[in-house]
Design a protein around this ligand. Structure first.
Ligand SMILES: Cc1cc2nc3c(=O)[nH]c(=O)nc-3n(C[C@H](O)[C@H](O)[C@H](O)COP(=O)(O)O)c2cc1C
Length: 188
């Protein structure tokens, strides 16, 4: 039988590589009339309905200032065909670069927030900041989706997930375990 001595200790500062959640997303903001976009890997669902999403966005990002000052953003979900572009977007700042132009992204008008949707992403979620209580301590913004859009021409998009070290996992096979969801029928 396996015991704890058979296990290898994993460094705490590498724990994110075991559990980095959610897909890699893009977060758009609009600050003083200028649209910008950043890459975000630290994100999670917080509540089903009404939905809440948590995103960690650090003060080193121009997007942090934009989000604090405007209270609005769009979460745009890229497919794996945008993986390289997405990483490049996360390696420069809107303070220096017009990222929409640099990366050939097409901004589309949102309906309820000033920040733009991204046409090349298969899903876009317009969000308002719902709670900043955890921002000072953890850079964690609680976001409330107010409108959401999906591209109907892309019914089976492939998301990608950061493994925390510059490598990524692409969505693979889907398995259907609805039969086991006996307690959670309302989610199906
Ligand atoms: C794969 C990847 C994931 C990232 N995840 C985050 C994140 O979760 N939170 C964060 O603050 N920055 C994250 N970054 C870094 C920002 O995207 C980066 O600092 C970006 O240049 C900020 O742009 P801005 O200054 O225009 O806001 C990530 C970068 C990459 C490449």
């Amino acid at each position: 039988m396996i015991t704890v001595s058979d296990l290898q200790e994993h460094p705490l500062d590498q724990v994110h590589r075991l559990i980095e959640p959610g897909p890699v997303i893009l977060v758009t903001t609009q600050h003083r009339g200028i649209p910008n976009v950043m890459t975000n890997g630290f994100n999670m669902m917080i509540r089903h309905a009404p939905p809440l999403i948590g995103c960690t966005i650090g003060p080193w990002d121009h997007s942090y200032t934009a989000l604090r000052e405007t209270g609005e953003c769009v979460i745009s979900i890229p497919g794996s065909e945008l993986a390289e572009t997405t990483v490049d977007i996360g390696n420069c700042s809107g303070q220096d670069v017009d990222k929409f132009r640099e990366f050939d992204l097409t901004p589309l008008a949102s309906q309820q927030v000033a920040a733009p949707l991204i046409a090349e992403c298969f899903a876009n979620i317009e969000c308002q900041v719902a709670d900043t209580a955890l921002v000072d301590a953890y850079n964690l913004f609680v976001l409330e989706p107010v409108r959401a859009w999906v591209d109907p021409s892309r019914p089976h998009p492939q998301m990608f997930h950061h493994r925390g070290d510059g490598t990524f996992t692409l969505d693979g096979e889907t398995i259907d375990l609805k039969d086991h969801m006996t307690k959670w029928q309302y989610l199906l």
